[in-house]
Design a protein around this ligand. Structure first.
Ligand code: PLP
Length: 404
């Protein structure tokens, strides 16, 4: 028998950057009885969540909901808009950007993966994994594309593997400045509902997102927000798609239903999450995450450890990547912290495996739970024999108690 609740007392600290801790209010909403997904109550629920999602993505256009993880919504974005051998420009910010690029290649798309090429003493093998998207690199590449072969530019808004939040508007401006017709596709799987995001205003054609981060839901649901240009591209896009095809879903969504069985109880949770976020107000939600991030970063600075993001102008409000001193295996440290303090931290992914751990500050958290998470990290760092410059807990307490 597998024991599902293995925590003997108190709550487990799920401090990974998603799935985020789910608020009790959402768990309660999800525990309602499952209803007929073709019955009258369901249509009202569908219409409500589809309208609410538009407010979160800041769009007047359709948002498509899939009973799939974020990876499914990545595939949907590509297959609904592109044809085999189409050429796309993707930007290497980290592990998730790399996975999206791999997927595009698997689908038969020709990809060009560009990255910032400067020097980085802490991470010489992957300098672009410490910085945001440089829009000027995109502009230069698009200007050089005289035949307009590039069909789309794909970037990750909040790179969950590194703790870097790239600015989207400069990318839009770069595409416009180059007078290039490429579609702009953005992965905001972990940015949405934690940090400001404006699908329409920023001229994004497809935004990909997921349930298990800023929306504070369990995993299993993902989204495509689509612009009129993306819908136009769909008409001639030749990549095979069936389950993920936008057209049938958009048609059925007009009455609040789906062409297949949607994940009813996650939609209850989504309805509650939308109420919570909109009641608080999106600006307040963004400020709350920014404040949490300031507190956590102040702790890391006090420890004297490098933050993975090397550019303070693109620090992520969602998570903080902490680099361990050379010779210290970050995964062994994470294991120690998990076993001693029942605290889960995010692992280093891909090129930064073993070099860093990630502290998520999203979902059902508050200043006191974050202080406890920082305390768990601090105790673990000391137990691992890492010399710290000062107490991170003290530093974070100062941020939380002395600022509003
Ligand atoms: N993109 C980003 C930025 C992510 O953080 C994740 C997952 O953490 C994904 C894509 C993949 O989403 P999923 O694991 O839900 O398929």
């Amino acid at each position: 028998m597998v024991k599902l609740d293995f925590h003997s007392s108190g709550r487990h600290f799920l401090q990974i950057p998603g799935p985020s801790p789910v608020p009790d209010r959402i768990l309660r909403a999800m525990s309602l009885p499952t209803i007929d997904h073709r019955g009258p109550e369901f249509g009202a629920l569908g219409l409500k969540v589809l309208a609410g999602l538009k407010q979160i993505f800041k769009t007047r256009h359709p948002v498509i909901v899939y009973p799939a993880s974020g990876t499914g919504a990545w595939e949907a974005a590509l297959t609904n808009t592109l044809s085999p051998r189409d050429h796309v420009l993707m930007y290497e910010t980290g592990h998730f950007a790399s996975l999206w690029q791999k997927m595009a290649t698997r689908l038969g798309i020709s990809t060009e993966f560009i990255a910032w090429q400067g020097a980085d003493a802490e991470l010489p093998a992957a300098p672009s994994w410490r910085r945001g998207v440089q829009a000027e690199l995109i502009e230069a590449r698009l200007r050089a594309d005289a035949g307009q072969r590039i069909k789309a530019v794909c970037i990750v808004h909040n790179e969950t593997s590194t703790g870097v939040t790239s600015d989207i508007l400069p990318v839009r401006r770069a595409i416009d400045a180059a007078k290039h017709p490429a579609l702009l596709m953005v992965d905001s799987i972990s940015g949405l509902a934690c940090v400001d995001y404006r699908h329409d205003e920023w001229g994004v054609d497809v935004t990909v997102s997921g349930s298990q981060k800023g929306l504070m839901l369990p995993p299993g649901m993902s989204f495509n927000a689509v612009s009129p240009r993306a819908l136009e591209a769909m008409k001639s896009a030749q990549l095979p798609r069936a389950f993920f095809a936008w057209d049938e879903i958009i048609e059925m969504n007009k009455s609040g239903y789906w062409p297949y069985t949607p994940n009813t109880n996650l939609l209850y949770g989504l309805s509650e999450a939308l109420d919570m976020l909109l009641e608080e107000g999106l600006d307040a939600v963004f400020q709350r995450h920014a404040r949490w991030a300031r507190g956590v970063r102040s702790a890391v600075a006090a420890w004297g450890l490098p933050i993975q993001c090397a550019d303070p102008s693109v620090y992520s409000p969602v998570l903080t990547g902490v680099m361990t001193p050379s010779g210290v295996d970050a995964d062994a440290l994470r294991k120690l912290i998990y076993e001693r303090f029942d605290l889960s931290l995010g692992t280093g992914l891909g090129k930064v495996k073993g070099r860093m751990f990630r502290i998520g500050h999203l979902g059902d958290s508050n200043e006191l739970t974050l202080l406890a998470a920082v305390a768990g990290c601090e105790m673990g760092l000391r137990l691992a024999g890492i010399k710290l410059s000062a107490s991170g807990v003290q530093a974070a307490m100062q941020v939380f108690s002395e600022t509003q």
